[in-house]
Structures are given as structure tokens and as C-alpha cells.
Write a protein that binds this ligand. Sequence first.
Ligand code: HEM
Length: 504
Amino acid sequence: MGPDTLPLGTYGGAAAAAALLLWAACVLCRRRRKTGEPPLINGWIPYLGKALIFRKDAFKFLLDQQKKLGDIFTVHIAGRYITFIMDPFQYVYVIRNSKQLEFHEFANKMASKTFDYPALSKGKFPDLKENLHRIYQYLQGKPLDIISDHMMKNLQDIFEWKCSQATDWETEKMYKFCCSVMFEASFVTLYGRVPAADGHKVISEIRDKFIKFDASFPYLAANIPIELLGATKKVRKELIHHFLLQNMTKWLGGSKVVQARQDIFEKYELLGDYDKAAHHFAFLWASVGNTIPATFWAMYYLLRHPEALAAVRDEIDHLLQSTGQKRGPTYNIHLTREQLDNLVYLESALNESLRMCSSSMNIRISQEDFVLKLEGNQEVVLRKGDWIALYPQILHMDPEVYEDPKEYKFDRYIENGKKKTTFYKAGRKLKYFLMPFGSGISMCPGRFLAMNEMKMFLFILLSHFDVELAENKAVRLDNSRMGLGILLPDVDIAFRYKLRSLRN
Ligand code: HEM
């Protein structure tokens, strides 16, 4: 009997035996813990290691490992070895060690693949990364005031256009509402107004494509080839095309930060038109990808907690009164940076929702084999190429730091009427207690603008409208982007709004 005539069962048996051999070889060759290295969790699936269980519920997985192995351990996840540092008192030793623990290599690889621009290699694009970082100054200090003023104006224009007819209750889905207002206001503030008569329509088309792309973001971040993600590749290409120079030059009144990025890209001949557009698209994603869900949660929690809503609205009304400003049909409110800063109840409520919905993993890559020195003479041996990760969601939900961490307490970040910035664990003051914007070298450059934007959105909403939930259903965190930033809600929920009477 020749090979052509072997019964199917024999082929199946041979294939199973080969697979078993391959699996055994992988298991035998897998990494073993060396002296001084943290406890190692390999998993039994070759290459994937613990990827599946981590992806299913990273928060629970990490807590379980911490209980078993302590505050430092290494996990094999999708071909990477990631050492998690769970003790917040040790965060500082990772954050300040930016020489041996690098961030940009990771961010560069992931972002260039996700947003389809060439990696920022030093040889091809000398100093491009540094030049782009320098531009973040336009999101701080005096330029921050200017861009925040523009955002406030644009938000008010959009509220006026969208909601000023609401003399009786209007019902909308909350996530959709936040997305539509925040996307358009951010877009116009950063990139400019689309001057066509149907400018709103053009932006809403870009937004709809953005939502489609964003739904695939967790898969792209998990390194799944875009070709396997249905229409995502086509949608991304279309989105990037919107940012080609010939389109961007038509937009009016954009921001200094985007203009400065454009000027820098022009200096790099090796950067093609499509590549520059892809960089602009990536910046758009960074500026709204987290802000939209964060705005949703801030609004949702306020509406779920009437005492919080009343306190925040009271603070807002008081500010309007004390500055002689009137909410009214003209939507002409101006807020200085100091006034925004002094809204302690609004800020506390916002911080509390950020604490509950943020799940970003702060990653660094070890540049060499070395010994990371930690507090209390502790040391960890790390190998070149290993990832080191902080996972602040664990800190945000730590009952030793935050009493009843699953409960929304809008005034958690207020003490004696002022901002509360001291939090303790085991009787010791924490340097890091709230980290939705990352840490150290990789900290979000748009964090001040993001906080202002969300405050301004809530300010306009609560000062002009009566708002309430129109459905009584639980909205939970959708865990599919755990580790990647602000989590989305698992379902949308209806709310209603109506213009407040000008008399009260
Ligand atoms: C609630 C809103 C926001 C949250 C929670 C957030 C969070 C973050 C986090 C955690 C990172 C670091 C990612 C990492 O470590 O890999 C980051 C990076 C970044 N964010 Fe934000 N962000 C927000 C809003 C914004 C806004 C409004 C802008 C700009 C207008 C912005 C621009 C950026 C940029 C450009 C980076 C990459 C920085 C780099 O090149 O290293 N973000 N953000």
C-alpha cells in the first residue's frame, strides 16, 4: 500500500503525533526562570502562553497571580515576557529609569502598524520623534489657554446647533451623543472647520468611519493582521485620505499644534503624502479615542447619582453667577483656566469616573540584561527585550487605597473643600494614586486639554439643560480594551435633556 492509499485515519494519526511532538519541543525549549528573576508563568500553549486568559480579563488574572506569587512576576503573553510590577510604591523605580527601560520602541512599533505610517527610524527620519515631542508644548501653558478657548467656543456652537430647540424633553443615546459632540468639537478645534455648507455632514462621515476603525483597535493592538479584520483596512485608508494635504488646506482655523506638525512633516522628504496624512490620523485618534468614552462615563455617573449632579450643577451655577455670566440662547460663556481649575466638585467627579473606567498599561522595554533596583534593597533581574508593565487599574481599585473602590463617590478627591491629593496605602503616602494618563516619559501630552474639554462639555450641558436618564438599565465596562486606555460601555443608554428655564 503506497502513500496515496493510506486510510484517512492514518494521516490524522500522523498529524496528531507531529503536533504533539512540536508542542513537546516548544514546551521543552520554553524559558526557564534564572536566579534573581521574578516568578515565571509560562502557560502551556506555545507562543500564546497566557495570552487568552489575559485578554479575557487581565485585571482578574493579574490579581490572582499577585495573590499567588507576590508583587512582581513575569508572564509569557503572545511571544513576549512581561514583568508586572504590582506594588505602587515600586512604580517610581520603573518610571524614573527611562534609560534602561525604554518606551518609544514599543509605542513606535505599535503606532506605525496600527495607523499605517513608516516607523520613526532614526536613520530614515532623523530627529522626527524628538521634533514631534517638542510640539507638545502647544498643549500646555499659554497655548493651552488658547486651544481651550477655541474648544469652549466650538462646543457651545455645537450644543447650540444640536440642542437649542429642546424646549421640551428630547431623548438620545448617551454614548452616541457624547461621541457626536466631542468628536466634532475636537476635530474643529484641532484641524479646523470644514467650510462647505454641509460641514457638519462631512465631519459626521469621518466620525462614522472613525467609530468603525476604533472598533477594531483592540485587535490591531493585539497584533492581529488588519487583513483579517473585515473592512478595517479599507476604512483606515479612507480615513487617512481625509488628511491628505489637499484636503487639510481647505479646513479653516485649525490649531497651532496641528499646523506645527504639518510644518515638521514637510521637512522630511522621505515621508510621502500618505504617510503624513497617516500621522495626522494617528493624532486624531489619540485626541478623541479616550476622551469620548471618558466623557460618557463622567456624564453617566453624574446622572446615576443625583446628589453628585446637584453638587456639580450648584458649583457651575455659582460660578456663572459670581462672574456675571448668564446661560442663555446665545451660548457665550467664557471660562478662564483659573475658573476651570477651581471647579473642585466637577474635577473630583471627573477624576472619580476616570478612576473607575481607565485601564491603561504602562509599558517599558528593557534595553539590556540588567538588575532593576527597587525599594527596600529588592532587586529584579531582567533580560534584554523583556517588557516591564505597570497596571494602574489595580491601584485604582485597591480597597486599601480607595474605600469601597467599586462605588462612585463624586467627592472622593475633595478634602475640606479643596482638591485632595494625599492618598495612603498601608499607612504610607502614595506618590501615584490616579494614573489615567500614563506615567513618566510616556505620559499623555494632551492630559490638560483633555481635562478642560471634559469639564467644558459638562459645564455647558449642566448649565443649559435639565438632564436625566431615560432608561433604567445597568451599564458595565466592556473589558475588550483592558490595558489600552479608557474602557467603553458594554451598551448605550438613553437619556433626555431639555433647556433649563432661564428663571431658575
Ligand atoms: C481622557 C482623555 C485621554 C486619556 C485618558 C489619555 C491617555 C493617554 C495615555 C495613557 C497615553 C500614553 C500611552 C502609552 O503609555 O502608551 C497617551 C498618549 C498620548 N496622548 Fe492622550 N489621553 C487622553 C486625551 C488626549 C488628548 C485630548 C490628546 C491631544 C489633543 C492626547 C494626545 C496624546 C498623544 C499625542 C499621545 C502619544 C504621546 C507620545 O508620543 O508619546 N491625548 N494618552
